[in-house]
Design a protein around this ligand. Structure first.
Ligand code: ADP
Ligand code: MG
Length: 339
């Protein structure tokens, strides 16, 4: 896009990037968001990752013009978040943590109502509604009351609702919290399709896996501050990448295995004699290949091999020196299942 072109009506032609510097929000004496910097290049997804209470929603609410920052500045597209809040509102869409649809009316009526609120003439409003129902796989459910939708359908309807005005920048605040894995995957596909069409996305999540699936870059927040940023694989690498576990057929082979790992200069591996298990941190794929080759060449009797990714708990432990504790017990279950 020609960044020097004069502004033209309609959101798509604007420079849809988000640039945030030193953003602050205080509630009473507490700085709940304490100097946050973010950059989202146009057409990319930024994952804002952090435990409950980190300040993610507060950040999103400021960037949506719902609450006023106490410090710092931000530009959304060409516009200043505070001084040009009206123009900013026309550029953005927001899907909250909890679906905010009217349960008493159908999905189709919900979308139509929003289209009319956005001043679309009747005919164009209906056309846009049909397009969105199709896009978010809601055609069959369109006439049923939204209150009868499953969790996944509700989130898709909410996402469709935030897309009625064709926003250039979309904020998704924990869009899949509480969804089953299949609905989560469906929602991820919808988000990917929006990004393919050029939408810029700020996604908050408590799940490393979600950031990994969708985000081009990740910012980790804790207690109002940015504590790490990079691609998800860079963050994983900082906590040791994957872990390869090898179980030998009997304790007597553990020493040999440990000697061979030392000989190939594997770092920080741990031997668990009781379970005949050796855990080897793997930082990149070539290390994984080397260890597997060594195992094959060694002819040691092996009874099991697996790899696991570091959990979000381990990421937070490493980055913040304290364990990550989701307040929501269901969230813990999801974390255990995912990681
Ligand atoms: N309106 C408010 N008044 C006072 N404290 C608030 C308000 N909104 C959020 N907080 C507090 O700010 C902190 C960050 O909250 P939030 O931004 O919702 O975090 P997250 O979305 O990362 O879970 C929490 O400790 C929360 O209790
Ligand atoms: Mg939140």
């Amino acid at each position: 896009m020609d960044r020097n072109a004069p502004p033209v009506a309609g959101p798509r032609v604007m420079t849809a990037a988000v640039q945030v510097e030193g953003l602050v929000k205080r509630f009473g004496e507490r700085r709940v968001v304490d100097g946050v910097d973010l950059t989202i290049p146009e057409g990319t997804v930024l994952g804002l990752l952090g435990p409950n209470g980190a300040g993610k929603t507060t950040t999103v609410r400021m960037l949506s013009t719902l609450i006023r920052p106490d410090g710092g500045r931000a530009r959304i597209g060409r516009y200043d978040l505070v001084k040009q809040a009206n123009q900013v509102r026309r550029l953005i869409g927001l899907t909250g943590q909890y679906a905010s649809v009217d349960e008493g009316i159908s999905g189709r009526e919900n979308l139509y109502m929003i289209a009319r609120l956005l001043d679309l003439p009747r005919k164009r409003a209906w056309a846009r509604v049909d397009e969105l129902l199709e896009q978010f796989d809601l055609v069959e459910a369109a006439s049923r009351p939204a209150g009868k939708y499953s969790g996944g359908m509700r989130r898709r309807l909410d996402l469709a609702a935030s897309m009625v005005g064709d926003p250039a920048v979309l904020y998704l605040d924990e869009p899949t919290t509480g969804l089953d894995p299949r609905s989560r995957n469906n929602l991820w596909d919808s988000v990917r399709a929006l990004v393919d069409e050029g939408t810029t996305v700020l996604l908050t999540t408590q799940y490393m896996e979600e950031a990994e699936a969708l985000a081009d870059s990740v910012v980790v927040m804790d207690q109002g501050r940015v504590i790490a940023s990079g691609t998800s694989s860079e963050l994983r690498a900082r906590v040791g990448g994957q872990v390869l576990r090898v179980r030998t057929a009997g304790q007597e082979h553990l020493d040999q295995l440990a000697r061979r790992l030392t000989a190939m200069r594997a770092r920080n591996f741990r031997v668990d004699a009781e379970n005949s298990l050796v855990s080897v941190p793997i930082v990149n794929e070539s290390e994984l290949t080397e260890v597997i080759h060594m195992l094959a060449a060694s002819r040691l009797p092996i009874s099991g091999v697996d790899t696991h990714l570091p959990s979000l708990d381990e990421v937070f432990l490493t980055l913040t020196d304290k364990p990550h504790r989701p307040a929501d017990p269901d969230a813990t279950v999801v974390l255990r299942r995912v990681f």
